[in-house]
Design a protein around this ligand. Structure first.
Ligand code: IPE
Ligand code: IPE
Ligand code: MG
Length: 246
């Protein structure tokens, strides 16, 4: 039996989020510049997107560029932004063929104009697709997102559109950039790092965490399947006892 057949399709996570890490170290391992790693990371993005859509995962969120990543060398930042434009443009037809909708979270207005435009264009041209939503986290920072939500709600409270005591989890979640998207049930991070790096802090409250030593450019469909199987073998208790679950 191959890996994919071991997956219980009735117990899929609706939303999987991935911290794609290790491009630079993968390139170094092959004696190449870091940007070579980013370029090869695109293959892993394609494979993972396909694997998720084939299984029936509804949302796949990929952490592509954090707010902190602006502090990398200018050359690398430029290369990443160009790669993003090229990839979004190049993959548009495939996304449409596979009925996949593109979305983005993060402070998108601060992206270079070209990147921003390509992204908005991709979102617009795939907006009616229904099989899966691919969410790119770009210039994303969870703390930025939370502060943004707090400012929005505080403004509404100040002009009396809402009462402070009306603020609940649902209202708060709706002020985040992931509004309308269910919380990820599974968070994957590659490259042996075991940290969150300012990603989806509110949304991953109860996510299962899965870490793999593979560098992102090495990640393939079968590795995605492995992560899903691992997820399905866990007991998600949500504060209850094991006996209450079974
Ligand atoms: C992930 O790989 C890609 C981005 C953060 C944009 P890295 O570029 O962080 O690779 P390492 O961690 O330096 O190996
Ligand atoms: C996290 O990776 C951000 C993305 C994958 C886009 P980093 O490589 O930037 O994370 P740190 O700085 O090592 O935690
Ligand atoms: Mg890294």
């Amino acid at each position: 039996m191959n890996l994919k057949e071991k997956i219980n399709l009735d117990k899929l996570p609706r939303h999987v989020a991935i911290i794609m890490d290790g491009n630079g170290r993968w390139a170094k391992k092959h004696g190449k510049p870091r940007v070579f790693g980013h370029k090869n990371g695109v293959t892993a993005v394609r494979e993972t997107t396909e694997a998720a859509a084939e299984l029936g995962v509804e949302y796949l969120t990929l952490y592509a560029f954090s707010t902190e990543n602006w502090s990398r060398p200018q050359f690398e930042v430029n290369a990443l932004m160009t790669l993003l434009v090229e990839t979004v443009r190049r993959e548009l037809d495939t996304l449409n063929k596979n009925n996949i909708r593109l979305q983005a979270i993060g402070d998108l207005k601060k992206l270079p104009a070209k990147t921003h435009k390509a992204l908005l264009d991709g979102i617009e041209k795939t907006k009616n697709n229904t099989r899966m939503t691919l969410v790119l986290a770009l210039n994303y920072s969870a703390r930025w997102e939370i502060i943004n939500a707090v400012q929005e709600l505080a403004t509404k409270a100040a002009d009396q559109t809402i009462k402070p005591e009306d603020i609940n989890e649902e209202m708060f979640a709706n002020a985040l950039s992931t509004k309308g998207i269910p919380d990820p049930e599974l968070l994957i991070r590659t490259s042996n790092e075991q940290r969150i790096s300012n990603f989806l802090l509110w949304q991953i409250s109860y996510a299962e965490l899965y870490f793999t030593p593979l560098f992102w450019p090495e990640f393939r469909k079968e590795h995605f399947h492995e992560a899903i199987i691992d997820f399905q073998n866990r007991e998600r208790r949500f504060g209850k006892t094991s006996e209450q679950i079974s």
